[in-house]
Design a protein around this ligand. Structure first.
Ligand SMILES: C[S@@+](CC[C@H](N)C(=O)[O-])C[C@H]1O[C@@H](n2cnc3c(N)ncnc32)[C@H](O)[C@@H]1O
Length: 236
């Protein structure tokens, strides 16, 4: 409230990060350059998450990283079936994902949306924990698997539009056993993961020091699909 009031007296150019982004665009053109774009269509992550939910009776939904409830409030389930975890804002469990999984190891979910801390090792942990607490025939979705520029990918964060380096989890999932993994080319890259019997997550230590430019090479072999194929994939 007070923040919004103070904002009225500050020109937008002085909002946090705006000057830095202008400086980046002028002096670090190569690092802000977008190497590709997402499908120009009429879908955002909300559509696919809701499509996934519609496949289950009394679906149990978990969202890791909720922020301003933008997705969480679009989920048409009773609140007892919606679990939103964020240590800072939004959702109904104010804690880190690590603490949540530790505190509630027996909860099982049909749909899990991973969109918490966008750093490789944390996202990897979120994925491994989510896999353990997913019901048979459940689905896990990931936001932000396809960074377009050096700064969009960079950890620590350099600009407002940020995916971080969690694309490395996409490489590991692409190499994991007995999983069905795809990335829909919309809204910063939306990962869809289904598990088969005997699945196992492949940790690839060699990814530790890889950069955005390495990502562009790995991306050539990513299982990227378009929005229509994504809808089909989530139809059962
Ligand atoms: C990109 S935002 C989430 C946006 C939201 N899922 C949406 O689509 O509208 C990332 C959120 O992750 C939260 N976060 C950071 N570290 C976390 C952690 N260890 N566990 C869970 N959430 C975390 C941040 O506080 C932030 O609100």
């Amino acid at each position: 409230m007070l923040k919004n009031f103070i904002k009225l007296f500050i020109p937008p150019i002085f909002y946090p990060g705006v000057l830095r982004e202008i400086r980046n665009k002028i002096f670090f053109k190569k690092k802000t350059k977008k190497f590709f774009d997402y499908e120009k269509n009429f879908y955002k992550r909300h559509a696919f998450i809701n499509k996934a939910i519609s496949n289950y009776k009394d679906c149990k939904y978990l969202e890791i990283g909720v922020q301003n409830n933008d997705v969480f409030n679009s989920i048409p389930l009773k609140i007892e079936n919606k679990f939103g975890v964020d240590p800072v804002s939004g959702g109904n469990f104010k804690m880190t994902s690590d603490d949540f999984f530790k505190k509630f190891p027996d909860l099982k979910f049909d749909v899990i949306f991973i969109d918490g801390l966008h750093e490789y090792k944390q996202c990897q942990k979120d994925c491994v924990n989510a896999m353990k607490q997913l019901n048979t025939n459940g689905v896990i979705l990931f936001h932000d698997l396809l960074p377009r520029s050096y700064f969009e990918e960079h950890v620590p964060r350099k600009q407002s539009s940020w995916t971080g380096n969690i694309w490395r989890v996409a490489v590991e999932l692409s190499n994991s056993k007995n999983v069905d993994f795809k990335i829909i080319n919309i809204d910063m890259g939306l990962g869809i993961l289904k598990l088969k019997e005997g699945f196992s997550y492949k940790i690839m230590d060699e990814l530790k020091n890889k950069t955005f430019y390495d990502f562009l090479e790995y991306k050539k072999n990513f299982p990227i699909i378009d929005a229509e194929e994504g809808l089909e994939l989530l139809s059962n």
